[in-house]
Design a protein around this ligand. Structure first.
Ligand code: CFM
Length: 532
């Protein structure tokens, strides 16, 4: 039995049938990239790490927009739980930064019975009176979808009454199998209602949008620092430290850089059709990956001055971290890791670990799609199930006012295959022989894999961190960075290495004796003696 079979061995026939296609043990000698089942319903009863559709829409994509009041229409729990739990940092110059607040309509039972639209209008009136934002976004939760409040009509009412932008998102938690559905709904809403509404003309030369960068722990700021140092103009960021004021003019950019493919590839594709803006998959997590990304962007613009600036910035950044890089490489070389995050980081961080000689043994995603594992070439073969078909598929048309091409066809074609222009290769191709990949991993599988592979460190999230640490395996969160960061770029890589080394070398593991080493876990007596 290999490790994959050992994990599956414990399951009942029914669960086995479901889970067997979500677990792959890679054989790098095989000619074909294996297929993995992904983006499907979880098995009821298994302790999984996924979030809901509302979480993906409100929490992930829309939440970080600093000047937008994102209003949760639903019972208070949904708003409260998604309040400040994600470390998407933002700093507003004009003080219009609403991300620290929790806005909710706090629906109660009478509202569920008699309808919640009145309360939603009242909440918008209060928001206008107290905060006066230029844009409000309404996100609905499960009960709102079930009782049928027309949040879109309320948004139209708000736009007319207050002359603001108000967009409603029907992102009820149950709509889709995970937060991935919410990303798609948020992408659609931004595309239909915000992007391209600013009126700016596309007359720039080196202007870029940063897509799928949510500024967790300041990653976006570090990435922006590198790009602006080279001379690129950042038009907008989707959506870390991003703003309504900026993304409405996102249509003027020359190139869209995609950091997190899973959460935002829809906007990248739609902007290509509508505005002619090419997109490129980049990765600013990892030293080698940052260098590769910067060089590919330079290759896209193909401007001698920008290329020279790119090399100068890379050389300077490398010189700045040289000593630390060498130190941590020596310390970390040879360690093994497991990495389980949402839908893109488990790949990105493997590249960063490789910079320091850490080998990934097991990896997994909560809600990625097959293309995030196997590469975008499989997209035409992905069968859409009813859950996916449930989500609107936009087909935007070319917008003649703003359509602009930055590079000629010949140059575009020459970059295909050589760079990640309009391509994402997925996680599998960067992983070693015998490594195990799991889609929609659960707690049992996590424990079992720790048992089988005994990784030195386990990167994951808050839902499983302490469960992992109870096995004596250090665990660091890659969603929030455990209040550290940034981890992006050159300096960020050193921060990551420092934190990892700290976790691996802490003596705290030796200070405690787990209770099961001193007393039996179960105590019992042999029964039945009396009647024997
Ligand atoms: Fe993209 Fe993200 Fe991720 Fe994601 Fe997330 Fe996140 Fe994530 Mo937590 S957008 S898919 S829904 S990179 S919140 S910033 S860390 S699960 S791997």
């Amino acid at each position: 039995m290999n490790e994959r079979e050992k994990v599956l061995d414990q399951y009942s026939a029914r669960v086995f049938k479901n889970r067997k296609d979500h677990i792959v043990q890679l054989d790098t000698h095989a000619c074909e990239v294996p297929e993995i089942a992904a983006n499907s319903r979880s098995v009821p009863g298994l302790m999984i790490n996924r979030g809901c559709c509302y979480a993906g829409c409100k929490g992930v994509v829309l939440g970080p927009l600093q000047d937008v009041v994102v209003l949760t229409h639903g019972p208070i729990g949904c708003g409260y739980y998604s309040w400040g739990t994600r470390r998407n940092k933002a700093a507003a110059i004009d003080g219009k930064n609403f991300i620290q607040y929790c806005f909710s309509t706090d629906l109660q039972e009478p509202d569920i019975v008699f309808g919640g639209e009145k309360k939603l209008k009242q909440a918008i009136e209060e928001i206008m009176e107290i905060f006066n934002p230029a844009c409000i976004m309404i996100c609905s939760t499960c009960p709102v979808g079930l009782i049928g409040d027309d949040i879109h009509a309320v948004a139209t009412w708000a736009e007319e009454k207050f002359s603001i932008k108000c967009v409603a998102y029907s992102c009820e938690g149950y709509k889709g199998v995970s937060q991935s559905a919410g990303h798609h709904i948020a992408n659609n809403g931004l595309m239909k209602n915000i992007i391209g509404t600013g009126g700016a003309k596309p007359d720039k030369k080196f202007a870029i949008n940063l897509l799928g960068e949510y500024n967790i722990g300041g990653d976006g700021w570090e990435t922006e620092r590198l790009l602006t140092q080279i001379g690129y103009e950042i038009v907008s960021v989707f959506t870390g430290d991003g703003s309504y004021e900026k993304i409405k003019n996102a249509h003027v950019a020359n190139l869209n850089l995609v950091q997190c493919h899973r959460s935002i590839n829809y906007i990248a594709e739609m902007m290509k059709v509508k505005y002619g803006i090419d997109w490129m998959k980049v990765n600013f997590i990892g030293i080698e990956e940052t260098i590769r990304s910067l060089r590919e962007i330079a290759a896209y613009f193909n401007d001698p001055k920008m290329t020279a600036r790119t090399e100068a910035v890379i050389a300077q950044e490398l010189a700045d971290i040289e000593e630390d890089r060498k130190y941590y490489r020596e310390k970390l070389q040879g360690y093994t890791a497991a990495v389980f995050v949402g839908g893109s980081r488990s790949h990105h961080y493997q590249n960063l670990m490789a910079d320091f000689g850490i080998k990934t043994m097991i990896a997994g995603y909560e809600f990625a799609h097959r293309d995030d594992y196997e590469g975008r070439e499989v997209i035409p073969n992905i069968k859409l199930d009813a859950d996916t078909k449930n989500i609107e598929q936009l087909s935007p048309a070319k917008d003649d006012r703003y359509y602009h091409l930055t590079i000629g066809k010949e140059h575009f074609d020459s970059l295909l295959g050589k760079t990640d222009l309009e391509y994402y290769k997925g996680m599998f191709k960067d992983m070693g022989n015998g490594t195990v990949v799991i889609d929609d991993f659960n707690h049992y599988e996590t424990e079992k894999l720790i048992d089988l592979f005994n990784p030195d460190i386990f990167y994951s999230g808050i839902k499983d961190k302490y469960m992992i640490q109870k096995t004596g395996t250090p665990s660091r969160q890659l969603h929030s960075y455990d209040y550290s960061g940034p981890y992006a770029g050159f300096q960020g890589a050193i921060n990551f290495a420092r934190d990892t080394y700290m976790s691996l070398s802490t003596p705290s593991w030796h200070y405690i004796t787990p209770p099961w080493n001193t007393k039996p876990i179960l105590e019992g007596t042999i029964g039945g003696g009396q009647n024997a």
